[in-house]
Design a protein around this ligand. Structure first.
Ligand code: ATP
Ligand code: LTN
Length: 330
């Protein structure tokens, strides 16, 4: 049987957090043998926020290095940069004509980002999910591994694909989101009621993948908990501790019950240090590989060039079919 097709991507908008790692890359890594994986650096999406061009250029390469450092293997997965495959922008335009403004207005991420960037609510931010739909649909994707926050965008992708297929006949495979793991939604360390985000203004709220060990330890020690001093999973009443349990569980693969037992009778101080240590140990080899890769620009270039060529072959086929179906002259 043919392997199922995976597509996912991260925006090169800055340093990645532990949330990006546990909610996305760490799961992607585990899927490489069983599935045919496409992992993209979605640089066009990053243009929806004001940015410095030189910083963006660096962030794109840094993210590529991080993908590989974190365990994505270019021999197994196709790794490429979105803007190198022009079909993404071209299909996005067409899909815009099959997406209703009412649907886009309902997107939670659009509402959040509009609130955050009130001085720059541009059309790209609004149609962002259509470009994401194009990303996914070009590759006849079966599964889209993402964090919980992206479920709504994948639902919209399905609706757009179904609408198009209903009008023109089978063109796109209908994808499903694939949300897994104990840490599908890693919460902020200072504000455990909202998601850990690299764009948070409070550095102690997030762990960056390139944070030094002493910084990681200090951030976990300062993390917000409750006064009960019992390591018990209870999101409603103990959001902070529950978040730490999820992080510890995602990395050690121990169940929540095992963790509660392990720290039975022990206080938060000891638990926080254990969580910090497992995160430090997890990130250490990734950080070392990352530094090494950034010194090997030729290798990185060969990966993204090769990746784009492979991606184009599949993407252009879908795009050509779409062009034909909507009545363009080829
Ligand atoms: P920003 O915070 O700037 O909005 P982001 O950190 O959400 O960005 P994205 O590039 O939008 O980063 O997300 C990349 C992937 O990481 C997505 O699959 C997303 O679901 C996942 N992800 C991001 N934050 C978390 C989190 N806190 N927990 C779990 N998964 C996350
Ligand atoms: N919208 C996603 C990033 C993204 C993506 C995709 C994820 C763009 N295109 C295609 C999965 C599949 C985000 O904001 N995290």
């Amino acid at each position: 049987m043919d392997k199922k097709i995976i597509f996912s991507g991260i925006q090169p908008t800055g340093n990645l957090t532990l949330g990006n790692y546990l909610g996305a890359i760490n799961n992607w890594k585990k899927m490489q043998d069983e599935y045919k994986c496409n992992y993209c650096i979605v640089d066009l999406h990053a243009l929806t926020i004001r940015h410095d061009p030189e910083v963006l250029r660096k962030n794109i390469i840094n993210l590529l290095a991080l993908y590989i450092a974190a365990g994505l293997d270019p021999e197994k997965s196709n790794i490429f940069i979105q803007s190198h495959v022009k079909a993404h922008s071209e299909l996005a335009w067409i899909l815009n004509c099959y997406t209703y403004t009412g649907e886009l207005s309902r997107m939670t991420q659009f509402k959040d980002k509009s609130a955050k960037h009130a001085d720059n609510i541009n059309s790209g931010l609004y149609t962002y999910p259509v470009l994401m739909a194009a990303d996914i649909l070009l590759y006849q994707t079966d599964l889209v591994p993402v964090g919980e926050d992206q479920r709504q965008h994948v639902e919209l992708t399905r609706d757009i694909a179904e609408r198009f297929n209903n009008i023109y006949g089978q063109t796109f495979k209908i994808p499903e989101s694939y949300i897994q793991g104990a840490a599908a939604r890693v919460m902020g360390l200072q504000n455990p009621n909202s998601k850990m985000s690299k764009s948070s203004t409070i550095p102690n709220d997030y762990i960056l993948l390139n944070d030094e060990p002493d910084v990681i330890l200090s951030k976990f020690k300062k993390s917000v908990t409750d006064s009960e001093n019992v390591v018990r999973y209870d999101v409603e009443n103990k959001a902070g501790i529950s978040n730490l349990i999820s992080i510890y569980s995602a990395i050690t693969t121990k169940s929540k019950e095992e963790i509660e037992k392990e720290f039975d009778g022990k206080g938060y101080g000891e638990f926080k240090v254990a969580v910090a240590e497992c995160v430090i140990d997890e990130l250490k080899p990734i950080q070392a590989k990352y530094k090494e890769l950034l010194n090997n620009r030729d290798y990185l270039e060969s990966i993204y060039k090769d990746g784009a060529e492979k991606a184009k072959r599949v993407a252009n086929k879908t795009l050509e079919d779409v062009y034909k179906k909507v009545g363009l002259v080829l």
